[in-house]
Design a protein. Structure first.
Length: 73
């Protein structure tokens, strides 16, 4: 599966660790992806997030910078 080749396996981070990471890094240093549905995204999302619904993720991997860490929620 292409998604598994693109994303590096990591442990699941608790919300506070993700907040700390985002606070400690410039948004240009990582990809921030919301994989929920458009209605959920519209109701609220983190600033700087790109919406790529989970069913579309594999076909849209080319939109991500593979040289940067990717945070997905």
């Amino acid at each position: 599966m292409k998604v598994l080749n693109f994303l590096k396996p990591v442990s699941t981070w608790p919300a506070q660790k993700v907040r700390d990471y985002l606070d400690d890094h410039d948004p240009e240093e990582y990809n921030l992806i919301d994989v929920r549905q458009p209605g959920e995204y519209k109701d609220g999302h983190l600033p700087g997030t790109s919406l790529i619904p989970l069913p579309e993720l594999e076909e849209r991997l080319s939109e991500l910078d593979a040289s940067k860490p990717t945070v997905v929620y």
